[in-house]
Design a binder for this molecule. Sequence first.
Ligand code: SF4
Length: 259
Amino acid sequence: MDTLPRDWPEWLETVKTFSLSDFLAWALRTFSPDLAFSTSLGREDQLLLWHLDQTVATLGLSPKSLDIFTLDTGRLHPATYELWEANRSTFRLPVRGVYPEASAVETYVNTQGINGFYRSLESRKACCQVRKVEPLKRALKGKRAWITGRRADQAATRQKLPLLEWDSAFGLIKINPLAEWTQQQIEAEIAVHKIPVSVLHAQGYPSIGCAPCTRPIADGEEERAGRWWWENPEHKECGLHLAVEPKFRFQREKAHGPS
Ligand code: SF4
């Protein structure tokens, strides 16, 4: 889609009172099969995967009703690969891997170094461009909507995160069904449903990215403080999520939690 869909105003009206399951069911009914869900295998994404697995089964849909993928940068934590593998026996819905172009990685490494991203913001963004942004663009091609597990209280860069937004860069609707949830609510829901999560969370990593660019956080630090910890907070995004104009965003006046 190149322009804001005609149904945008109607959608804003429809989703006003939605719970998480309502949101996912609506997304599947409205956008399937042109619906994507990108997972980093962090706890928010595991929670969404569990709910999507249930919702697809409840609605009697095929596992091909949406495209679930993870960006395998080649630099992920070993624990992330272990969880990804374990998901194969936990969920009916598969998570496919999306990979960077081999020649682009080779050029980056041979010109900037295998860990060149520590040297400057430009070099770090160049690495994220090759290993994340370009593969994401490929994965989202032709999709009409994209579900993400982002939350507003994760970081300064996400404080105004809406539930629904029109992403003109990718030409699709971005759905952030956990935008209003707190970390405590996520953890409680995970405990209730016994959803498997990465062992890294218990080791002090609330936010999981590439191994060399993520470290555990200290008490009181914001959740994404361990991502690119050597940079200023306003730079802590990898280019996957770009700013959206206020008229293309939807936030509820009163936040809904898990129910
Ligand atoms: S997070 Fe680090 S290793 Fe991963 S793509 Fe970005 S700069 Fe490269």
